[in-house]
Write a protein that binds this ligand. Structure first.
Ligand code: ATP
Ligand code: MG
Length: 580
């Protein structure tokens, strides 16, 4: 990753990789170099700066883990700061969800919860200062005219006819803008930089606009609002951030970031850009996610199919698994698409060790054990998690009538089907061998409705004293003891790996119609009766499931499948390893 070192300051490239330390990403390399040279007096101070105009998604988690993670690693601090300069799109609902999500991920900003809107007065003073220095002017061009005057990548821009207003006139007009004397959109304050700069961001960018919109914090106090580029660098400066880490699309904004700070001669943090996370089979753009929510394509921001942290949490993702994921993907300067299988793999790795294993039949088929006495209940001993003996064991009731998975029986099995079939013997997990002796069908539809089996009482615990073997072990649930529950099987939200990148099409065309399948008659072992919302389990042979926090009621849990057991990522990795 060393070739990707690039903090933009010419000449700093690759200063610290070759010193024999274990490989660090380019951002940590910059920070270590700054610590070595004592650039910020040994301080490391980062921030995570969300705009409260949507819920956080897994891409934001990458930025959160990076900013808070770096602060932790280098004994520094990380602020949570809302970049709330766009009142028409912001809402306290988003503020609250963001606070909840960052905390859920396991990070703590201490008493440093800030809002850019808290700096409005100070930002206004900075703007006045720039006007006094002849570095900012009030412009009366319409938004459309400003766009036309800006020029293009190949053509220089044209100077605004208002560019050379006197300082006095600018001061007067800007104060009157604040006082509410002019209608929305009629005037703006612009930085006076260079209309022929090859960087369009430097062509007299707008600093303030007139907008009568109630702000979720400042109410109607302001009718002018500062724009992002002006606000962001100064907020960083006010908070004495050392390393202002952001995504690559801000690379071209860095000269402007630097310009404002240099003109004003204030404390100057260093902006560093990294590649944003893209994840396959989903979209990570707030605009697109908002479209999915508002268009009713999903059931809200916390729909378990959404890549939002609220959605992932409801799906059953743990903060540990998400932090592990962010750690594994690392940071780089080049954009790429990360395989969603890696995220799923991280969850399996985490839950494999922690989730209690239980038996649950998703598509039940009734089995009657003909030689098992009516009314008798045997308590079978089951292991809660073979990965962790300290999780102990539990008792699972076994009786004459059971359910097994419909898929685990075939009347006319093909060659490689080893599970139950007429005349064949299999093991029931933690119980006995059973053999199928008869198949009962609905006389009208021909559907199999029941299997008649016999069991061998000598095989208690799953082994035959005579040493005979069976080829399959099935999970099962005692019918009389079963908890009937709704289980939701989730799959990727989109059918194609990059739904947002397909030419001439709308990403919503690729929504997976089978991204949610509801099963309403699942039979769970009785220990799940009081499963607490938010708790997670491995359903043996099926996957990891969690109890839905919204739709479960007392004694009636609803389960969401977090992830299936089959680990495609582990397979991909094995193949790669075999190749190299
Ligand atoms: P979106 O593009 O989804 O609308 P945004 O950049 O507008 O996101 P912000 O609230 O401004 O959303 O993001 C807060 C921080 O998270 C920013 O520093 C931004 O760079 C970072 N961030 C946003 N999306 C990603 C991503 N996909 N990967 C990594 N970091 C991201
Ligand atoms: Mg942004």
């Amino acid at each position: 990753m060393e070739s990707e070192a690039g903090n933009g300051k010419a000449g700093k490239k690759g200063t610290s990789e070759s010193k024999g330390r274990e490989s660090k990403d380019f951002i940590r390399a910059i920070i270590e170099e700054d610590l070595r040279t004592n650039k910020y007096g040994g301080r490391v101070h980062t921030r995570f700066p969300p705009e409260p105009n949507g819920y956080l998604h897994i891409g934001h988690a990458k930025s959160i883990c990076l900013n808070f993670g770096i602060a932790e690693e280098y004994n520094g601090l990380c602020n949570l700061r809302f970049d709330d300069t766009n009142p028409s799109k912001e809402d306290v609902e988003y503020v609250n969800s963001i606070i909840e999500d960052v905390r859920w991920l396991g990070y703590d900003w201490g008493d440093r919860l800030y809002y850019a809107s808290d700096y409005f007065e100070q930002l206004y003073e900075y703007a006045i200062e720039l006007i006094k220095m002849g570095k900012a002017y009030v412009c009366d061009l319409s938004p459309e005219e400003i766009r036309q005057y800006r020029g293009t990548l190949t053509e220089p821009g044209k100077e605004s006819p208002y560019r050379n207003r006197s300082v006095e006139e600018n001061l007067d007009l800007f104060r009157r803008m604040r006082a509410g004397e002019f209608p929305d959109g009629s005037r703006v304050l612009r930085a006076k930089i260079d209309m022929s700069s090859p960087n369009l961001n430097m062509r007299d960018p707008v600093m303030y606009r007139i907008l009568r919109a109630e702000h979720h914090r400042t109410g109607n106090k302001w009718c002018i609002y500062p724009l992002y580029d002006f606000t962001h660098c100064l907020s960083d400066s006010i908070e004495r951030i050392t390393h202002s880490i952001c995504t690559l699309e801000f690379e071209d904004h860095r000269p402007l970031y630097d310009w404002f700070l240099d003109q004003l001669g204030v404390y100057h943090p260093q902006q560093i850009e990294f590649a944003r996370l893209n994840l396959s089979y989903t979209v990570l753009s707030k605009r697109k996610l908002t479209e999915l929510v508002n268009g009713g394509y999903v059931d809200g921001w916390d729909d378990p199919r959404m890549p939002t942290l609220a959605g992932l949490r409801r799906r059953g993702y743990t903060p540990e698994s998400i932090r592990d994921f962010c750690d594994r993907i690392g940071v780089a300067k080049r954009e790429s698409v990360v395989d969603i299988a890696l995220l799923e793999h991280c969850l399996r790795v985490d839950l494999n060790k922690r989730a209690p294993r239980v038996m649950a039949v998703l598509n039940p088929l009734k089995v009657v054990i003909e030689n098992f006495p009516e009314g008798l209940v045997e308590e079978m001993e089951a292991i809660n998690n073979p990965e962790d003996p300290s999780m102990g064991t539990r008792k699972v009731p076994f009786s004459r009538t059971l359910y097994i998975e419909r898929d685990d029986f075939m009347e006319d099995p093909p060659k490689k089907f080893y599970r139950l079939a007429p005349g064949r013997e299999v093991r029931l997990r933690y119980a006995f061998f059973i053999k199928c002796v008869d198949v009962i069908k609905d006389p009208n539809t021909g559907e199999i409705v029941e299997l008649r089996c016999i069991y061998d009482p000598e095989t208690r615990g799953g082994a035959a004293p005579d040493g005979r073997k069976v080829k399959a072990t099935l999970h099962w649930v005692s019918a009389n003891h079963a908890v009937t529950a709704k289980v939701r099987i989730y799959d990727h939200l989109f059918t194609v790996p990059e739904p947002g990148a397909i030419k001439d099409s709308d990403f919503k065309e690729f929504i997976n119609p089978e991204s949610l399948i509801e099963l309403n008659n699942c039979k769970l072992e009785p220990s799940l009766k009081n499963a607490k919302p938010g708790s997670f389990y491995q359903f043996e042979r099926q996957g990891y499931f969690c109890v839905d926090t919204k739709d479960s009621t007392e004694n009636s849990p609803v389960f969401n499948r977090s992830v299936a057991l089959r680990d495609t990522w582990a397979k991909i990795k094995k193949k790669q390893e075999a190749k190299s």
